[in-house]
Design a protein around this ligand. Structure first.
Ligand code: NAG
Ligand code: NAG
Ligand code: NAG
Ligand code: NAG
Ligand code: NAG
Ligand code: NAG
Length: 649
């Protein structure tokens, strides 16, 4: 009934045909002009059907039966306490208008759904807006053609081809609306290219509009590459970076529009310098009060030859086995020896601020495969175990294979939906593995004698094991490499445990993975909501012998919930969020079930906003529902739907 009300409200505000200027990679074209030519366009990575050959099972195969004995009480080796939002995203600044929406009147419904799915599991989501484009980004009052963000093509001074950009506060307004609806917390970056004339507007406006949802400001993106990329002199050193960071702090402290001077994040190294090179300058101690966190950025490898013709050619097929092993995550964690201990000693979280399968876009068939989903889970849990506090998986443009989620190329948005990649499934799984208690502690079980193909982790809360995460990296349709983990706990196992599986029949599959029975389908098919009914298996345990036998197929992943609370804590509410249905070429119709909006999305955020007394929170609320009409209908149909969600609260 209330659904109808929404419809009539929408229609009473009217539908209008209009050409919307939208921004894709190297295309700035009116949205209303989809043509046959664009319908046959197949250039985006989402179209690539490259499928690799799964690596053969190891010979000899690992034991397919092993014990997992979980201690209780004072267990040694547990990680620090982790937040449920541990696994977040890093969104390249220049693609924000593709991902978030055109402006604060037109948000992308699929993105809201994707964030809401995570919030429901882990309580909140962390997203960084930045990347190569952040250092030269400039906040302006308006752009020449009125868009929220514009890029300059042609003279790209940046090695990865990312153009300088200008943007308006509409981008930050959109972020505030997304926070109000889905509890996304944001990291941004202060432009660092000009240390004489700091452009601090992003910090000023970010603080004013995002309030508590702004949780960090990165200062310097990969400064250890500045001299190589011609952004600083050849002699640019860790000490120079530290000195510039100090200049930034002085400038921020002198800026009356910035009140929170404790949000900075550094050194954001790419790997040319080691963290200890920076620690030695006194960076983390001298600037302790100004730092929200310490951070690094790292990809396990790159595919720059394929994209830019630099470096060595590497084949995704050859690289595939390297991702399908526990060693992949261990290797990255080990590249920062002592760093997380050091961070604890100076009282700061240590963040993996940008990562994914391979820089320069990833590998076709690998970065978009089921194997990458298994890799993402094991890697993220390994970082959690190693005392990182957050990992942000990067979202690039249309030409990138590793994206957790990709909107359709704008001129195809009337007939295509979003493509959800394997890394988004990893995010869902890790959100549930850690849950929403924010006291989860992770233990690498060294499962199966430390075998690299069958890793396992236990998740503890308050000294008790609550979940077990079990991966099988092997592809073997014969079933011979399926394994059974015999889980026992100190005391007695429960009468039964619940298990959710992440499944596909091969690590090389590039679509239709299922998590607990639900899927986001294949390319161009998702509005951000999982499809299908939830399938949670109940496995009876043998209490006499204190053992629960959990089978993990080859390939596959199982999340074992040892208590009912541990299951409910990882799923806080209804899955359905922002419904978008019924599109035609001529008219856009957004249907939003108001009861779902009222109970599931933004209610917390809105309550917070209303309770807030700071200017930032009030503004965030004012900007929140009032203008956050989901935009997908408009984007899909090229029609603008004008309405006010405030009416349907
Ligand atoms: C959002 O974009 C649309 C289409 O370009 C435009 O008509 C509208 O004025 C914009 N809204 C704001 C608040 O900038
Ligand atoms: C649609 O967008 C793609 C990718 O940006 C571009 O290559 C193609 O030429 C566009 N087609 C039309 C008809 O604008
Ligand atoms: C790029 O820079 C060169 C030299 O500064 C200039 O001649 C050229 O017009 C510029 N191209 C664009 C597309 O701005
Ligand atoms: C920094 O970037 C801005 C925006 O692109 C540009 O206007 C400015 O000249 C740059 N400053 C330096 C020192 O490169
Ligand atoms: C993580 O930190 C905890 C608490 O300081 C410590 O006991 C543990 O050994 C650390 N783990 C690793 C892998 O460094
Ligand atoms: C995914 O599943 C759908 C529905 O069963 C099917 O139409 C599609 O071909 C599948 N895609 C791939 C790449 O297997």
């Amino acid at each position: 009934m209330r659904l109808l009300l929404v419809h009539s409200l929408l229609f009473s505000f009217g539908l209008a045909q209009a050409a919307v200027t939208a921004y894709g990679p190297h295309v700035q074209s009116p949205l209303g002009t989809t043509t046959a030519a664009s319908a046959s366009y197949t250039g985006a990575a989402s179209y690539d059907q490259t499928t690799l050959v799964p690596p053969p099972p190891p010979n000899p195969p690992p034991p397919n039966q092993f014990n997992v004995e979980l201690q209780t009480g004072a267990v040694s080796g547990l990680s620090i306490q982790q937040e449920g939002s541990f696994f977040g995203f890093s969104i390249e600044f220049s693609v924000t208008t593709q991902i978030f929406g055109l402006n604060s009147s037109y948000l992308q419904v699929p993105f809201l759904n994707l964030m809401a799915n995570l919030r429901q599991r882990s309580g909140s989501v962390k997203v960084r807006v930045g990347g190569n484009t952040q250092d030269t980004a400039t906040l302006v009052d308006s752009t020449p053609d009125g868009a929220a963000l514009e890029k300059y093509y042609g003279n790209e001074s940046n090695p990865t081809g990312t153009p300088p950009l200008i943007f308006t506060s509409e981008i930050i307004k959109m972020m505030a609306e997304i926070s109000a609806l889905t509890d996304v917390y944001w990291y941004m970056g202060v432009p660092f290219n000009d240390t004489q004339n700091w452009r601090l507007q992003i910090a000023e406006v970010g603080e004013a509009m995002l309030g508590k949802y702004l949780i960090g400001l990165q200062a310097g993106n990969e400064p250890d590459l500045y001299s190589r990329h011609g952004h600083r002199s050849d002699s640019y050193s860790p000490q120079d970076y530290k000195d510039e960071f100090g200049l930034l702090i002085n400038a921020m402290e002198a800026d009356p529009k910035i009140s929170n001077n404790g949000l900075l994040i550094g050194p954001n190294l790419a790997g040319q310098w080691s963290p200890s090179d920076i620690w030695q300058t006194g960076f983390a101690t001298d600037f302790n009060e100004n730092l929200a966190a310490l951070a690094v950025e790292r990809y396990p490898t790159d595919n720059c030859y394929a994209q830019f013709g630099v470096g060595n050619p590497v084949s995704g097929q050859d690289m595939f086995p390297r991702f399908l092993t526990h060693q992949s995550g261990i290797q990255i964690a080990s590249e920062f020896p002592g760093a997380t201990d050091y961070a604890q000693s100076v009282g700061k979280p240590f963040l993996m601020f940008e990562t994914n399968t391979a820089s320069c876009g990833g590998f076709p068939g690998l970065s978009d495969s089921f194997g990458a989903a298994l890799w993402g889970i094991d890697y993220a849990l390994q970082l959690a175990y190693s005392n990182f506090s957050t990992v942000l998986f990067h979202v690039g443009g249309q030409s990138v294979y590793y994206n957790p989620f990709t909107p359709p190329v704008t001129n195809q948005s009337s007939f295509h939906q979003w493509t959800i990649g394997p890394i988004y499934y990893s995010a869902l799984v890790v959100a549930e593995a850690l849950g929403s208690s924010n006291v989860a502690q992770v233990l690498d079980l060294q499962a199966n004698g430390g075998n690299d193909y069958t890793p396992g982790y236990a998740i503890y809360e308050n000294g008790q094991p609550v979940r077990v995460a079990l991966t099988n990296f092997i592809t073997d349709p014969s079933g011979n490499n399926d394994y059974t983990a015999s889980i026992s706990v100190g005391g007695t196992v429960p009468a039964q445990v619940k298990v959710k599986y992440l499944l596909a029949d091969s690590v090389s599959r590039i679509a239709n993975f299922t998590w607990a029975g639900q899927t986001f389908g294949s390319a161009f098919s998702s509005d951000g909501r999982p499809v299908g009914s939830v399938d949670v298996q109940t496995i009876p345990c043998d209490q006499t012998n204190n053992v629960c036998q959990v089978k993990v197929p080859a390939p596959g992943f199982a999340l074992v919930f040892l208590t009912d609370d541990s299951l409910s804590e990882s799923d806080q509410g209804p899955t359905t969020t922002f419904a978008t249905t019924a599109y035609t070429k001529q008219h856009g119709t957004a249907t939003i079930d108001p009861s779902i909006l009222a109970t599931s999305n933004g209610q917390k955020g809105i309550a917070d906003s209303l309770a807030g007394t700071s200017e930032g929170r009030q503004r965030s609320n004012a900007l929140g529902f009032a203008q956050a009409l989901p935009s997908l209908a408009a984007l899909l149909a090229g029609a603008l739907v004008v309405g006010r969600l405030a009416h349907v609260q």
